[in-house]
Design a protein around this ligand. Structure first.
Ligand code: ADP
Ligand code: 5GP
Length: 191
């Protein structure tokens, strides 16, 4: 693994603000590119195949796993597989960019184990579980039953926050964005 390659990992319970923070970092001129994951869930309105995810059927996903095409993968929700294609990392590095991952908590820690000091693992924490519930309901992209499933995972995920390199509490969004940008800039600059 060449030493100048850096990896930024954003992980959090669903609804904590990963996507919002990832978008900010991608537009901050840091030379980061988003690692588009593969997944087997259905597309949400407005999502684009190859941009938000590579949408695969569960069968195709399993075939790619067996072929050794994924560097990490997980059944994040029952029957829904998510993972990172090795080809995606190669694609980003061939573009001369550093990789930004937006993954779940277990996936984030697995990626940190692979890249060690070349990776900065950031845990985005909601100010409270109640605030998280409100955000998911307001975002209105998931059915109530899906929201319930996502919240059920939250406690287990919050318990692993201390295993990350840094924790950012996303309470006031502007503060969280500024803190994330400062930390990532420092890490990428090697300071
Ligand atoms: P994730 O990617 O972690 O699931 P999102 O970035 O989609 O989370 O955020 C979930 C919802 O909460 C979105 O509607 C987003 O606009 C909103 N949100 C994000 N950060 C904050 C914040 N600090 N305060 C209030 N709402 C927020
Ligand atoms: P969503 O369905 O809301 O897009 O994502 C569900 C969860 O799967 C989120 O926590 C997201 O970060 C996570 N996820 C997305 N891509 C990957 C991946 O490649 N690997 C793992 N482990 N989790 C992922």
């Amino acid at each position: 693994m060449p030493k100048d390659r850096k990896y930024i990992i954003l992980a959090a319970p669903s609804g904590a603000g990963k996507t919002t923070i990832a978008r900010h970092l991608l537009n901050a001129g840091l030379g980061l590119e988003f690692s588009v994951s593969a997944c087997s869930r259905t597309m949400r309105p407005g999502e684009v195949d190859g941009k938000d995810y590579y949408f695969l059927s569960a069968g195709e996903f399993c075939r790619r796993v067996k072929a050794g095409d994924l560097m990490e993968w997980e059944e994040v929700y029952p029957g829904h597989f998510y993972g990172t294609l090795k080809s995606e990392i190669d694609r980003i590095q061939a573009n001369g960019h550093q990789v930004l991952f937006d993954v779940d908590v277990v996936g984030g820690l697995n990626i940190k184990k692979i890249y060690k000091d070349q990776a900065m693992a950031i845990f985005i924490s909601p100010p409270s579980v109640e605030a998280l519930k409100e955000r998911l309901e307001k975002r209105a992209t998931d059915q109530p039953e899906k929201i319930r499933l996502r919240l059920a995972k939250t406690k287990i995920e919050m318990d692993r926050a201390s295993e990350f390199d840094v924790i950012i509490v996303n309470d006031r969004l502007q503060d969280a964005l500024a803190k994330a940008e400062k930390l990532v800039r420092k890490f990428l600059d090697g300071r």
